[in-house]
Design a protein around this ligand. Structure first.
Ligand SMILES: [Zn+2]
Ligand SMILES: [Zn+2]
Length: 101
């Protein structure tokens, strides 16, 4: 049984963790390891995105999909990359589709 004090001790052999964004103490938290080697703990993908998702330099939305990287800068889509970057950005397309140009 878990009451308010029971949480945070141990559950099935692993220590329960607290989401570092919203501080929810939840048994289904998960860890995300970044390229820098840092490990972050979250209770939801929403919190993970809030903390870790890059932000589009043009429109400031959180980039939750693949996004576009041009010269080390992140954009949510090809349109935003083209609007900020010069010749390199001009080459960016959203996808390699079969749609005729
Ligand atoms: Zn959270
Ligand atoms: Zn954007």
């Amino acid at each position: 049984m878990f009451d308010a004090c029971g949480y945070g001790i141990e559950f099935g052999g692993f220590v329960m963790a607290i989401c570092e964004v919203c501080e929810n103490d939840y048994w289904m938290t998960f860890e995300v390891r970044t390229v820098g080697g840092d490990v972050h703990t979250f209770d939801s993908f929403e919190c993970a995105a809030h903390k870790l998702a890059p932000i589009c330099e043009h429109c400031q939305v959180k980039i939750l999909g693949h996004g576009v990287e041009v010269s080390g800068r992140f954009f949510c889509c090809a349109h935003c990359a083209r609007s900020k970057e010069g010749t390199e950005g001009a080459q960016v397309r959203d996808s390699v589709g079969a749609r005729p140009s």
